[in-house]
Structures are given as structure tokens and as C-alpha cells.
Design a protein around this ligand. Structure first.
Ligand code: NAD
Ligand code: IPM
Ligand code: MN
Length: 357
């Protein structure tokens, strides 16, 4: 199959890990006789530096024209520490999501057995945890009106959801639950927020269309607690943009590290595949970032955008073998990991390529 893949590394460790994700895609193309044609585009701080715009039109056009996007991360400490900055790397990411209609962000939280010791959660609580988050990605407080009043002394961000926005993400989550353990947890704050009351109303309304799926509703605060108390009680979780952002960073500890969590952002057009982590200024340039989230994002890309199930499973299998062989990056190493098995970004990528053979 011939496919056009756009590589959008962005900032910080986004550059470092996406290079490795691309190598894995390329190796898969070779092994399975596909032709992957690559192009690159700018986003985030690097795009601001080059053009003044965190998502130049040229990048957006390339995204729309490609068959799939492998994205890294955006962000730079300069903006994190300057609340008055009007142009910010993250605006590029949000615009990409909105313009491509990427309303569903699928974040699988799967613990590889070998990483049981890498988490701060007790192994007996954790073993076998396997959750699939559906985070709504183009609505909520992220995209509502925001501003200042009272001479700048008061600030506001409006959270807004429309019925169709809740319904389309909820349907995706119901359908996924059908292919899994048939349990759906819808997370909201319906005891306080009007957007959450609409959310709950919509999920309740469509639930009878999926009689084979057992639905529960949880408040977001309780969910944050239950994820750590008993992660295995969850199968598919569906939630709003902001809650999903926060809960999945928390849930990364179920999988051992932020460096393990891949995601697929899908919707109306081209799909974007991205680690859930950011540009990680604290480790940028050291070459030690875990590339497995980018590699697993590439696996999601193969499966979801290209329908290449065998190719995708091959990648996940190679990651599993690398972990079984005892190799770790620093973030997933534990006190029992021999120092000779702790690899940097590129060496970890090389091991995955080796196990793809
Ligand atoms: P972060 O995800 O970049 O880092 C959080 C912590 O996890 C850091 O200690 C980091 O070293 C570690 N970490 C993250 N990914 C790792 C990996 N692959 N391997 C090893 N360790 C890893 O979050 P942050 O520090 O809150 O934010 C840094 C910047 O990234 C900010 O500018 C933020 O806006 C941006 N950000 C972007 C995205 C994105 O582009 N999708 C996501 C989150 C944060
Ligand atoms: C993510 C990030 C982004 C978000 C930021 C950088 C805008 O945290 O992809 O999870 O909040 O969605
Ligand atoms: Mn986030």
C-alpha cells in the first residue's frame, strides 16, 4: 500500500522521540512491502521561531493532504513562565485539533507485565489493568470564550458543549466497549456543572441503543481516586476534554510512565497520532526520553488510519519483547534494573527495530 505520512515532531523531546517513531514506520514499510512517503511540517515553538505562527497554513495544508500525521509535542519554558505571551506553542496544537476535526482522543492505558515494578502502585492492585480512555478533544473549556475583565483583574474561560459533540464521542466509546469487556464509565461533574448535566443526559439517552454495554456514571473527583485504588475496575472511560487531559496523566502511572502512553486523535479527516506527554524541558537534549510512546503511537496509526492490523501488532509485539529482554529507558527502570540495560532514546529505538526482525 502507498501512504503519505506527515511527520510533525514539534518541540523538545518531540523531536527526539518522533525520529524514532518514524524509523519504526519505515522498517514496517520495508518488511510488509508498503511504500510510505514522508514529509515534515512545523508546529509549536519551532514554528513560531521560523514563521511567527505556531501552526503555519503550510503545515495545516500538509496535514489535511496527508493520510496520517505522526506528531511529537509542543511547548517551551519561555512561554510556560510568561503568562502574558500572546503567541504560544500550544495554540498550534489546539488549532490543529480543531481544524482537523479531531474530536476523539483515544488513550489506551495498558500495562506491560514487565513494567509492574516501574509503577508506584502496588503490583497486586495493578496486574492486568487495561483501560481505554475516550477524551473529547475539540470542545469544553479549552475552546470557549476566554478573556479578562475588570481592568484585567478578573479572568474567565467558558466551558461549552453541544449535544452532538457529546453524542459523537459517547458513540465511539460505546462501540469500543462492545469490542472489549463491555463496560463503559462516563465521567463528569454533573453535581456542579451544566455542561456535565448535558453530558450525562446524552449518555443516558443513547445507552439503551447499546444494551450489551454496562454503563456507569462517575464524578471526576471520585474517578481520580478509583483509578489508583482499583484500576482494573475500568474498561472504557469516556469524558470531557479537561477531565480527560488530567485523568490520563494520572493513569499514565498505571502504565508505568508518561513515556509509555500513546494516543490517537481521530474525527472528521486525517488522524493524528501522538504521545500524551509534552516537550519535557527537564530532559530535552539529554537523549534519554522514552521513545516507546511515539512507537506505540505509530502502531495506533498503522491500525486505525491504515487498517494494518498485523503491522500494528508486530510493533506492539516488538515493544513487548524489548521489555521482556529487560531493556528500559530511565523513566521505566526500577531498582532491580541492571545499569547495562538502561538505554537512551536511540538505543531503545534500535532494540525495537532489532526485535521487529
Ligand atoms: P511533560 O509531559 O512534558 O513532562 C512531565 C514529566 O514527565 C517530566 O518530568 C518529563 O521529563 C517526564 N516525561 C514526559 N515524557 C517523557 C518521556 N517520553 N520519557 C521520559 N520522561 C518523560 O509535561 P510538562 O512538564 O507539564 O510540560 C512541558 C511542556 O510540554 C509544556 O510547555 C506543556 O505545555 C507541553 N505539553 C505539551 C503536550 C503536547 O504537545 N501534547 C502535552 C503535555 C504538555
Ligand atoms: C495534551 C496536552 C495539551 C492538552 C496541551 C499542551 C494543550 O496536555 O495533549 O494532553 O491539554 O490537550
Ligand atoms: Mn495533557
Amino acid at each position: 500500500m502507498k501512504k503519505n505520512i506527515l511527520i510533525v515532531p514539534g518541540d523538545g523531546i518531540g523531536q527526539e522521540v518522533t525520529a524514532v517513531g518514524k524509523k519504526v514506520l519505515d522498517r514496517i514499510a520495508g518488511k510488509f512491502g508498503h511504500e510510505f512517503v514522508y514529509d515534515e511540517a512545523l508546529i509549536g515553538h519551532v514554528a513560531i521561531e521560523a514563521t511567527g505562527n505556531p501552526l503555519p497554513d503550510e503545515s495545516l495544508q500538509k496535514m489535511k493532504a496527508s493520510d496520517a500525521v505522526l506528531f511529537g509535542a509542543v511547548g517551551h519554558p519561555r512561554y510556560d513562565n510568561d503568562p502574558s505571551a500572546k503567541v504560544r506553542p500550544e495554540q498550534g496544537l489546539l488549532k490543529m485539533r480543531k481544524e482537523l476535526g479531531l474530536y476523539a482522543n483515544i488513550r489506551p492505558i495498558k500495562l506491560f507485565d514487565e513494567l509492574l515494578g516501574a509503577s508506584s502502585i502496588k503490583p497486586e492492585i495493578l496486574k492486568g489493568a487495561d483501560i481505554m480512555f475516550f477524551r473529547e478533544l475539540t470542545g469544553d473549556i479549552y475552546f470557549g470564550e476566554k478573556g479578562r475583565k475588570n481592568n484585567g483583574d478578573t479572568a474567565y474561560d467558558l466551558a461549552e458543549y453541544s449535544r452532538y459533540e457529546v453524542e459523537r464521542i459517547a458513540r465511539k466509546a460505546f462501540e469500543a466497549a462492545r469490542t472489549r469487556r463491555k463496560k463503559l464509565c462516563s465521567v463528569d461533574k454533573a453535581n456542579v456543572l451544566e455542561t456535565s448535566r448535558l453530558w450525562r443526559e446524552v449518555v443516558q439517552k443513547i445507552a439503551p441503543e447499546y444494551p450489551d454495554v454496562e454503563v456507569e456514571h462517575q464524578f471526576v473527583d471520585a474517578t481520580a481516586m478509583l483509578l489508583i485504588k482499583d484500576p482494573r475496575r475500568f474498561d472504557v472511560v469516556v469524558t470531557a476534554n479537561l477531565f480527560g487531559d488530567i485523568l490520563t496523566d494520572e493513569a499514565s502511572q498505571i502504565a508505568g510512565s508518561m513515556g509509555m502512553l500513546a494516543s490517537a486523535s481521530v474525527g472528521d479527516g486525517t488522524g493524528v497520532y501522538e504521545p500524551i506527554h509534552g516537550s519535557a524541558h527537564d530532559i530535552t537534549g539529554k537523549g534519554i526520553a522514552n521513545p516507546l510512546a511515539s512507537i506505540l503511537s505509530a502502531a495506533l496509526l498503522l491500525d486505525i488510519s491504515f487498517g494494518m492490523k498485523a503491522e500494528s501488532e508486530k510493533v506492539i509485539g516488538a515493544v513487548d519483547k524489548v521489555l521482556k529482554a529487560g531493556f528500559r529507558t530511565g523513566d521505566i527502570a526500577d531498582t532491580h534494573t541492571p545499569s547495562g540495560k538502561v538505554l537512551n532514546t536511540d538505543a531503545m529505538g534500535e532494540q525495537v527495530l532489532k526485535f521487529l526482525e
